[in-house]
Structure formats: structure tokens, C-alpha cells
Design a protein around this ligand. Structure first.
Ligand code: ADP
Ligand code: MG
Length: 722
């Protein structure tokens, strides 16, 4: 029988009724009703103001103040009619969280009355106190205060909570001297850099009408749901988002019976509630299903412009968490909440395109479109080859380290998977000829169409961190709890850089009189000669690949965040961001400092938690259990029954290991090196293994100690009772 606390949790769960949700409403009735988007603006704004805002959205240009005044007025009226008394500038500091500063529309008047007021100035400029957000070196070098400004390319929305309605305005967050203190600013800059270079390349390829190019993102979100009665009994889930202890259940995910299985009723009600809220916010939730691990699920929206998708992704995480609470559940977005079962990722599907040329990563139907596709694809390949370590660095968090390379998620080695057909095409380019054509290779590239590429999702390599999936790339190593902004900034920036490199090459060839197709082929071949080593179609989990990637291909295996984060300090990364105008050296440096600090903090919190739990929750019940056992053995011996002390001594053994490992952990925690790099490695290479060995003792005890005494809800309870 479980301990009284666990029993109580169990009983309350069994008595739960699914929370009633409003009956389903037709999609058209709720779609984007809480968004002040283009449609709402079109009907609320004078024609010329609307046109001016449309232009700003398309070109990412600044709003002028007279336009902003009119928009602010309309936005406020729209929000107030819907019950909003407050507005908030929403911004994305360098944590993975969302920050908000709330202000009332209220403006007291001299006659004692109050009216709701909102000006263009307040719309385009808020002043949160920057000093309470981590900003690395920027805090000391520059004034702590920063300001927020509406990002016109992302619409404002209404957040509805039991406390009321708030108008939320997505903003950039910069210091008074113009340094980016947030994630949105570099995302917008990286998109502009990519657009500039993509347009240049398209011009070289003979295009004349070329609209600005935008990146798109569709992020698949994996998450766990457990009953909140259990969370209440697990300090580790509450504070660290993952279980620091917990023996594997007798039944794990071996049976694969959860994946795409029927969604439990309670979870289904939860999902419908989430989706209804997302639809109101104009977030196109599209697919939902069970994931591989018990208690694990996925939600994927339809893809959108990267900037909007990023805001929507943050909102989705917020909605998932708050809705779970409402349904008596806890939504865990941690990458590895439970050891021994699959962790959660966030696949970032990414492509680039514009209204004139369409999706530039889509093979297309004509020879010219194919050529374009191959060149853009080659640019991605080069980018990943040159800057793979950067891609590893932007997904480096304490929690994501548990997943990468753990035979369930991609390895920490960043390679590109193209699918057998496309890999074959690129191999042929490398060898200097394209097969299946009687003509010379360089001719066939311009004249033939590519074989129809297989878009069957079955032709996917689940072991690759970065895969081409028909008309986009899928960055699969991103963590479930992360914002997608960092990965998107890196992808756009490395692509901008590669497009520039390719354009330079192509221009040189064209200037020396070589015809376009021949020149393009030469550049493609050169790109593959220099960077083809990053293309890998085999098993990314195999130890053979781990050896080969490093020894033969020259790729890096940055196992932990302590290995990966310092990549941000490398000169070639600093130059990349500076060259593309995405981050200044000071901005980049501040990012390294913030991410390193967060990594260290996350692990030190876990150490303190593990110590506290082991000493105050586990040790006492082990002692109690030993006492019970020895008492009953004494009683047996008293009446002459032969006793076996095996169990007692095993438990006592593990218990002294627990005590001793707690001591070692405490000592290591108290004596970190004083430099950042040393401290990072101390966390990764000393503290993490020590937490692991303490866990080993505790988990061993869980399987031996009287269940009636064990205080922590077990894996079996948390993962299977719903
Ligand atoms: P799978 O699980 O097979 O990868 P899903 O349907 O769950 O597929 O998710 C695919 C994601 O990729 C969705 O968010 C989808 O909208 C997105 N996507 C599809 N086409 C593109 C594209 N051209 N650019 C970016 N994202 C895309
Ligand atoms: Mg996917």
C-alpha cells in the first residue's frame, strides 16, 4: 500500500471528473477573435493609416508617430469593448520565458472622472526596468533601463484570465543605447539579413520581380501531463521541472502502445480546451497526438512567419501550462522529466520564401526552379557545415543535455540528412556529372527537372538532428522548453552568410563571362566539395558514427552545454553575427554570459534540491524502514524462527552510500572554480555525475523500502494514473 500522502493523491485522482469545457463552437466563430490583426485593423482604421501599417508589416519598417496615434486609439477601443482595462508590453528576455509589464488605460481627469487613454507613444515605447532581467555584460556597461517597442509584424492580442482581460502588445526590448536585450530583436535582424542576401542571389539567378524573403517556422511541441496531486508531492517537479529521483516502473514504453494510441478522455478534454484558446488567439493548432512515452503528447500548429510563429509558440507554452492547471493536471515542458522514458523535443520546421518565387526550399517543377532550389539547399548545407557548433550552442541548456545523444533524440553532432534521393543528386554534383542525362552535367542541371522528390514521411531519418523533409528543414535537436527564437536566429544568420558566400562566387564567375548554368553548377560543386562532409544519411545513434564524424569528417561532438556554450565566444561566430548585422560583439558576449549563468544556476538548484530531498525525505524513511525490519526480525528470532538479514544489510548499505554521496555533493557544490569556463565544466563534469550517483542509491532504496513509507509518488503512479 502506498504512503498516506500518496494514497490521498491517488484517491483524489480517482474521484476527478473531467472539467466541463464549453461546447465546441464552429471554428469561424472563434478564429482569431482575440487578435487585433489585419482584418480587425482594416475595419477599424482609416484607409491610408491601414495602408501605411500594411507597408510597415511587409517591409518591417518603423511606424511614424502620427500613424501610431491612430492605431493606438483604435487598438484601445477594440480592447476596451472586449473588457480590457490594462495593456501589457510583452517581451522576450534572454531567458526562455515571456515577460510582461502591465499598465492601466486609466487616465484620471481634473473633474474627478477617469477615462481610458492610450497614445501612439505608449504603443511604440514602453519602459520596463531592464535591471531585473539577465542581460550579461550589458547590465554593467550600459544603463539598466531599456525600452520596449511594438513589433508591427506581430499582431496584438487579448489575454483572458480569471482576473480579467489584458491587451498584449508584442514588443522588442532594447537598451537606451540600442543594444538588444531580448530575443525578438535579433530574430527580426536575422530575417532582414537573410532576406537581403536571398534577394541578391535571386537577382544573380536572373529573377527580376523579387519580393522580400521571409523565414517560416512550424514548431512541434512535445510535453508530458501528470496529475497535479502528484506534483504537489514532488519538490523536484515543482522547482526543477524534472524528477531527480524515481526508479523505473515495471512497465515503461517498451510496448510502444502509447504512440498514436487513443488519447485518454481527460487529456482529450484538456486538448480541446487548449485548442479553443489557441484559435481565439489566431494560433493555428493543427495536429495532436500521443507521443512515444506514457503520459507524453504533442501539439503542432500550421507553420507561420518565423517571427509570428515564435510569439505564438511562447503563447502556446503559456496556454498549455495554465490550461493544465485548470484541469487538475501539470504540463511538464522539461526535456527530460522522467529518466528511462523518452524526453521531449521541439522540432523546428523552417523554410524561407516570398510571394514572388514561393518557397525557396521547394524543389519545384521547372528546371530553373530546380536550380534555384539546389543552390538554396546547398547554402543551408554550407551554413550547417561552417557553423554546426553554433547550432549546438543555441540548443545548449542544462535540461536539453539530458536528451541529446541519449539514443532517443539526435546526437550532439550536428549533421544534415537529405534523404536518399537528394543526397544522390548532390553526390552526382560532387562527382561532376548528373546521371540519367546524355548531355553534359552542367547542361542537364539547367534543362532537366529533378526526379520528383519523395515526400513520404517514412523516408525520414529520426536519428538526424537536422533533416530535409521535402520542402523545409527540420531542426530536431531543439528542446521542448526552449523558445524557438534562438535556433531561428542562428538558422537565418548562417543562411544569410552562406547566400552571401555563394553570391560572391557566382558573381565572380558571371563577371568572367561564364554562362549562368555553368557558373551555378561550378558553385554547387565547389560548395559540395568543401562542405559535403556534413551530409550524413546513416544511423546517427551508432557509436561508429560518433567516431567517424569526429575522426574522418572533422565534425565536432559537443557533448554538454559546458562544451557548447563557449562556441559563442569564438572569433568566427562573433564575426558571423557582426558581418550579418544580427548581434554586435557586445550583444553576443552578453548572451554567452547569460546562458552560462542560467546553466550553472539550473544545475546548482538541482544539487540543493537533491540534497534536501535525500536528507529530509528519503533518509528518515529509510531509517524507519530499517527499524521496522529489525524489530520484526528480532521478534522472529525470539520465537526461534531462523532469520535472513540480507535485505536489511542491502538497505543499510545503500543508505550509507546515500549519506556519503550527499556529503560529496555538498562539498563539490561549495567549492566551484571561480572562472566561468571552469564553473561550467564543474557543473557538467562533477556535479551532474554526483547527482547521478546519489540518484542511483535513492532509486535502489525505492525498490527495497516499505512502500507504505515511501514519500514520493512513483513513476508508475505519475505516468500511468490519469
Ligand atoms: P511530422 O511529425 O511528420 O514532422 P507534423 O505535421 O507533426 O509532421 O509537423 C510538421 C510541421 O512542419 C507543421 O508545423 C507544419 O506546418 C510545418 N511545415 C510544413 N511545411 C512547412 C514549411 N514549408 N516551412 C516551415 N514549416 C512547415
Ligand atoms: Mg516532425
Amino acid at each position: 500500500m502506498p504512503s498516506p500522502a500518496r494514497l490521498q493523491a491517488l484517491q483524489s485522482i480517482l474521484q476527478r471528473q473531467p472539467t466541463a469545457v464549453e461546447p465546441p463552437v464552429p471554428l469561424e466563430e472563434i478564429w482569431a477573435v482575440d487578435v487585433f490583426g489585419l482584418e480587425a485593423m482594416r475595419s477599424a482604421l482609416p484607409k491610408e493609416v491601414f495602408r501605411s501599417i500594411q507597408r510597415s508589416i511587409r517591409e518591417g519598417s518603423k511606424l511614424d508617430l502620427s500613424v501610431a496615434d491612430v492605431v493606438a486609439q483604435a487598438m484601445k477601443d477594440w480592447a476596451c469593448v472586449r473588457g480590457a482595462l490594462y495593456y501589457a508590453h510583452v517581451f522576450y528576455p534572454l531567458t526562455n520565458l515571456t515577460a510582461e509589464k502591465h499598465d492601466g488605460f486609466i487616465s484620471p481627469q481634473s473633474d474627478g472622472k477617469a477615462i481610458a487613454e492610450f497614445s501612439g507613444k505608449l504603443l511604440v515605447q514602453g519602459e520596463p526596468d531592464g535591471s531585473s532581467f539577465p542581460n550579461g555584460g550589458l547590465r554593467t556597461t550600459f544603463e539598466a533601463r531599456g525600452y520596449t517597442a511594438w513589433d508591427v509584424t506581430s499582431p496584438a492580442w487579448l489575454m483572458r484570465t480569471p482576473n480579467g482581460v489584458t491587451l498584449c502588445i508584442p514588443t522588442v526590448f532594447v537598451s537606451w543605447t540600442g543594444e538588444a536585450l531580448d530575443l525578438k530583436t535579433p530574430l527580426l535582424r536575422s530575417n532582414a539579413a537573410m532576406s537581403k542576401q536571398a534577394q541578391r542571389l535571386l537577382r544573380l539567378l536572373g529573377e527580376t520581380a523579387i519580393a522580400p524573403v521571409n523565414s517560416s517556422c512550424g514548431a512541434e511541441q512535445e510535453y508530458f501531463l501528470i496529475d497535479s496531486s502528484y506534483t504537489a508531492l514532488r519538490p523536484d517537479l515543482q522547482l526543477a521541472g524534472r524528477t531527480l529521483f524515481g526508479a523505473p516502473p515495471a512497465k515503461g514504453q517498451q510496448f510502444d502502445d502509447h504512440y498514436f494510441g487513443a488519447i485518454p478522455e481527460r487529456v482529450q478534454v484538456f486538448m480541446q480546451d487548449v485548442e479553443a484558446q489557441l484559435y481565439r488567439l489566431g494560433i493555428p493548432a493543427k495536429t495532436r497526438h500521443n507521443e512515444v512515452a506514457p503520459g507524453q503528447f504533442e501539439l503542432a500548429p500550421f507553420f507561420e512567419a518565423a517571427n509570428v510563429a515564435t510569439d505564438h509558440q511562447q503563447l502556446t507554452m503559456t496556454v498549455l501550462r495554465s490550461t493544465a492547471k485548470k484541469h487538475g493536471l501539470t504540463c511538464l515542458l522539461h526535456e527530460k522529466p522522467f529518466a528511462g522514458v523518452n524526453g521531449s523535443g521541439k522540432h523546428v520546421n523552417w523554410s524561407i520564401g516570398n510571394p514572388t518565387q514561393g518557397n525557396l526550399l521547394d524543389p519545384g517543377k521547372s528546371p530553373h526552379a530546380n536550380l534555384q532550389f539546389l543552390i538554396f539547399c546547398a547554402a543551408v548545407i554550407r551554413g550547417v557545415h561552417c557553423f554546426g557548433p553554433l547550432l549546438r550552442a543555441v540548443i545548449a541548456t542544462a535540461s536539453n543535455d539530458h536528451r541529446l545523444g541519449a539514443n532517443e533524440a539526435p546526437p550532439a553532432i550536428i549533421s544534415v540528412y537529405l534523404g536518399s534521393q537528394l543526397e544522390d543528386v548532390f553526390n552526382q554534383i560532387r562527382s561532376g556529372r548528373l546521371e540519367g542525362s546524355a548531355e553534359a552535367a552542367l547542361m542537364s542541371l539547367g534543362v532537366d527537372t529533378l526526379p520528383e522528390l519523395n515526400k513520404d514521411p517514412g523516408d525520414r531519418n529520426r536519428t538526424s538532428p537536422f533533416a530535409f523533409t521535402g520542402n523545409r528543414f527540420e531542426f530536431r535537436a531543439v528542446g521542448s522548453g526552449q523558445t524557438v527564437a534562438g535556433p531561428l536566429v542562428a538558422l537565418n544568420t548562417i543562411l544569410a552568410d552562406s547566400l552571401q558566400w555563394i553570391s560572391d562566387q557566382l558573381e565572380e564567375q558571371l563577371n568572367s563571362g561564364i554562362p549562368l548554368e555553368e557558373a551555378a553548377f561550378a558553385v554547387l560543386k565547389r560548395t559540395m566539395d568543401d562542405h559535403g562532409a556534413v551530409v550524413f544519411g546513416g544511423d546517427g545513434y551508432s557509436s561508429e558514427w560518433h567516431r567517424k564524424a569526429v575522426e574522418e569528417r572533422g565534425l565536432e561532438n559537443l557533448r554538454t552545454s559546458a562544451d557548447a556554450l563557449p562556441v559563442l565566444e569564438r572569433p568566427e561566430i562573433r564575426d558571423l553575427f557582426e558581418r550579418q548585422g544580427v548581434l554586435t560583439p557586445v550583444e553576443l558576449e552578453s548572451r554567452f554570459e547569460v546562458y552560462a549563468e542560467q546553466y550553472i544556476l539550473a544545475i546548482e538548484v538541482e544539487v540543493r534540491l537533491a540534497l534536501r530531498m535525500a536528507r529530509t525525505q528519503i533518509y528518515p524513511v529509510v531509517m524507519q524502514s530499517l527499524e521496522r525490519l529489525s524489530r520484526s526480525l528480532r521478534d522472529q528470532e525470539a520465537i526461534g524462527i531462523q532469520s535472513d538479514r540480507g535485505l536489511i544489510s542491502t538497505i543499510a548499505d545503500l543508505n550509507s552510500k546515500l549519506v556519503q554521496r550527499c556529503g560529496a555533493l555538498e562539498e563539490a557544490l561549495a567549492n566551484p572554480p571561480h572562472d566561468t569556463h571552469g564553473h561550467l565544466h564543474h557543473c557538467a563534469d562533477t556535479l551532474m555525475p554526483l547527482i547521478g550517483s546519489l540518484r542511483e542509491a535513492v532509486d535502489g532504496l525505492e525498490t527495497l523500502v516499505d512502500d507504505e513509507l515511501w514519500p514520493l509518488p512513483t513513476y508508475q503512479e505519475m505516468l500511468f494514473v490519469r
